[in-house]
Design a protein around this ligand. Sequence first.
Ligand SMILES: [Zn+2]
Length: 181
Amino acid sequence: MATVGVMALGKDYATQECSIARALEVVGERWTLLVVRDALYGVRRYNDFLVHLGIPRAVLAARLQALTAEGILQKRRYQESPPRDEYVVTDRAIALWPTLRSLGRWGREHFGEAQLRIFRHADCGTELGPYGECPTCGTVVPVPDVLMVPGPGFDPDPADPVSRALLKPKRLLEPIEAGQV
Ligand SMILES: [Zn+2]
């Protein structure tokens, strides 16, 4: 790994050869991982991201564009008049799930964040272990087979349709079309 003096630090990590630095160039900006998280929860539409994240519009537009350019989200037209696009996760986004799950666990263990969601194996209902494994079946559970249920810390916002939709158990990736209600 290159040694970098403080003066040489730029706004990206171009001088770092570390693969973590490379990954952070793609997903390290504020909000980016939260957009990916919501996309994995099944959020696909601009307004749903907007309301659920409480993110400034310009920032959301920039993050969606960057994630699309990096092949993490794919833009798909779902309505022609007026034209409307939705954002669908790619394999590259799905591959971020273990990182997000670990970050959530780390936040709870070290900073006492309340558990908003519990992840279970859809086939047998067992809560997943720390590595995303099902202790009952003894397998790592594929992302589409992860069932998300509200945890003890979940306090849904009645004004947020995504939050309301997450009151019901649902599998990861299963689309939420909250804005259509
Ligand atoms: Zn199981």
